[in-house]
Structure formats: C-alpha cells, structure tokens
Write a protein that binds this ligand. Sequence first.
Ligand SMILES: Cc1cc2nc3c(=O)[nH]c(=O)nc-3n(C[C@H](O)[C@H](O)[C@H](O)COP(=O)(O)OP(=O)(O)OC[C@H]3O[C@@H](n4cnc5c(N)ncnc54)[C@H](O)[C@@H]3O)c2cc1C
Length: 345
Amino acid sequence: MPQEVDFAIVGGGFTGLSAAAWLRHLDPQKSVALFEAESVGAGASGRTGGMTLAESAAGDLPGLGDVLNGFSKVLTDLDIDCDLSLPGAWELGRDNARADSPVDWTDSGKLRVVDEVPGGSADPGKLVSGLARAADRLGALILENSRVEKIAFDDPLRPHIRGQEVRARQVLLATNAMSLELSSLANRAEPKFTLAVATAPLAGVQIENLGVASRRSFYTVDLPYLWGRLLRTNGVIFGSGLVHLRHWSDMDVLDISTGLPAELFASIEGRIRKLHPSLRSAQFTYRWGGPILFANDWRPVFARHPKSPHAIVLGAYSGHGVTLSVYLGSWAAEVMLGRRDLPNW
Ligand SMILES: Cc1cc2nc3c(=O)[nH]c(=O)nc-3n(C[C@H](O)[C@H](O)[C@H](O)COP(=O)(O)OP(=O)(O)OC[C@H]3O[C@@H](n4cnc5c(N)ncnc54)[C@H](O)[C@@H]3O)c2cc1C
C-alpha cells in the first residue's frame, strides 16, 4: 500500500483501467495506484455483452468526438488485442423494417432490421485483462481486494483503504453502479441489475437462417428491449430485463437462481425460443447479470466531484459503456495531467 501517489483511481473496470494505463502511457514519471474492491472486472466490465458502439446512450454529445476511433486508438497504442471487429451493428424494430432485412424474427410483432449503425463487438474478457496488463506493464500499481471505504476530501485527498490512508494529488472515481455515496452519484443516476444469457453453439445453417451470419451485433430501438451478438464459438448472447434495486448494495446479495431474476430468465429464454424456428430447441449454457447505471438524462457523468476540484467522477453510461468507458477513461487521464478540459455536458 503506497503512502502517497500522484493519481489514485477507484474501480478496476474498463474506465479505471483505461485511465490508469493511459496516465502511465503519457507520463511514466507520475505514480498511479488503482484500488479495486474485489478483483479486476468484478463489476459490469467482467460481465458485459461486448457490443462496441459509437457515440453514447444519449447519441452524440457536444465535443464527444469519434468514440469508435478513439477506442481503437487506445487499443493500438496500448497494444491490446481483444478481437475487435467493426462490421456494423443493426437496429431492430417492429415498424419501418428495411425491405432487405436479413433478420425476420417474432417478438411482440415482427422484429426486423430498421437501420445499420457503426459498431461491432469485442471480447470483453480480453479487453479487461488487456487493459489491466497494459496498466501493470506501464507501472501502474493495481491493488485488488482494496475497497475505498471513504475519502477525506482535503488537499491532498485521502482515500481510506483497509484502515489505511493514502495521500493522492488527484482521484478518479470509476465505480459505476456501486459506491454511489462515494462518487456523489446517488441522486444523479439509478443503479439496475441487467440480465443476459448465452446459447450453446449453433450450427452454420441455424446461423444463416437466423440472419446473423454477417456477425453484426443488434439491439432493438423499441420495446420490449432485446440485444445480442454472435460469439466466436457460434453461440449467441441475448440480453434483456432489469432487476430494480432499492440500494446499489442489494446487488451483493442478489441470487439469480431464485425469485424475480429467475422469473426474468425464464421469460427471456421463452422469448428467444419463439424468435425463430432455429432457436426453438436452443440450449442455454450461461445465465448471468451485472450492474448498470442509468444517468437521469442518459448522458454519461464526466465531471468534478462536488466535494473537491481534484476529484473526477466518470461513469453512468446507461448500458452503452464498452467503448465509451475506455475512450473517456483515457480522456480523464489527459484531464488529470492538465492536457485537456472536461467536456461541458
Ligand atoms: C450484463 C451486461 C451487459 C452489457 N452489455 C453491454 C454491451 O454489449 N455494450 C455496451 O456498450 N455496454 C454494455 N454494458 C455496459 C458496460 O459493460 C459498462 O458500461 C462498462 O463495463 C462500465 O465500466 P466501468 O469501468 O465504468 O464500471 P465497472 O466495470 O462496473 O467497474 C466498476 C468497478 O469499481 C469497483 N468498485 C466499486 N466500488 C468500489 C470502491 N468503493 N472501492 C474500490 N473499487 C470499487 C467494482 O468492484 C468494479 O470492479 C453491459 C453491462 C452489463 C452488466
């Protein structure tokens, strides 16, 4: 445990790891320590679907720039291979289908392609471990099982970890849907637990008939919501459904094999089996969920902490965070180094 660092980062998901690696990439003279409550990827980043999308959940934002390009540049500069593939992503809907839609599914009406947007997919496991390896290789200290219990917002800032204080010139809070009191996001965003399933590998002919052979990921633009993508194994991930929480810490005790989560899984699997004859006897090999944080206006939060100009809060991507977290994590590093300003969203 260091006694003093230039930069302390709280949270070891895509956001925190990207910022840690980028800080050392740009300025190897500055000390960086990342504190992760559990293990790297324990939050959304280790459970994500891996759809890589442009812009934000609120669309383009003033000064946001090209998220997909920025994401790809961080991967290239940090030498991370995460099977990034950008063939495009489909928006599916029940109305205004494209005449040439390769997808023709049944889900509360006919579900077909209504538009194609820039994007694709990445292997999230390779992304989270690639970022952690890059941060480690570049000399950032990564401390797992190191929950930041509180922060004394003095100058210097003093995060408390396992009863010890660390003095930090600046802090980045990248805790997403957890520790909302610490990050000051309790009144600005709502934490949810979202669910996903993966099927056993499908045969080539099933993939063809399903219309997903081009490996574009997909999400609906109307309700009921459904997103998904084809895996390299030829299984398909589908996601839908939110478990509402009274407090973010309810996630710690959530059991997905009983109660409402179990009912939601049964309902998603029923929907998927009815989507298309190719899926009628699909085997579901994985069921899981993870935290997401919905910002009140769907715009990610990227701002100074109300209690200190030396602390930055970054997160609340509203389920649209794979590319954005890495891209904005590197931007946060540039702000901490005084090389760039925060956006004005
Ligand atoms: C099931 C699921 C599917 C998704 N699919 C997609 C998708 O296909 N495409 C897409 O764009 N987005 C998707 N998302 C959203 C995306 O995964 C997230 O936006 C992104 O991973 C957020 O990264 P993060 O680093 O900000 O947060 P997280 O990965 O949640 O990291 C926060 C970290 O902070 C740690 N932490 C919390 N409190 C403390 C503390 N006090 N001290 C120290 N550490 C702490 C946590 O343990 C955690 O590791 C999905 C999310 C889920 C859950």
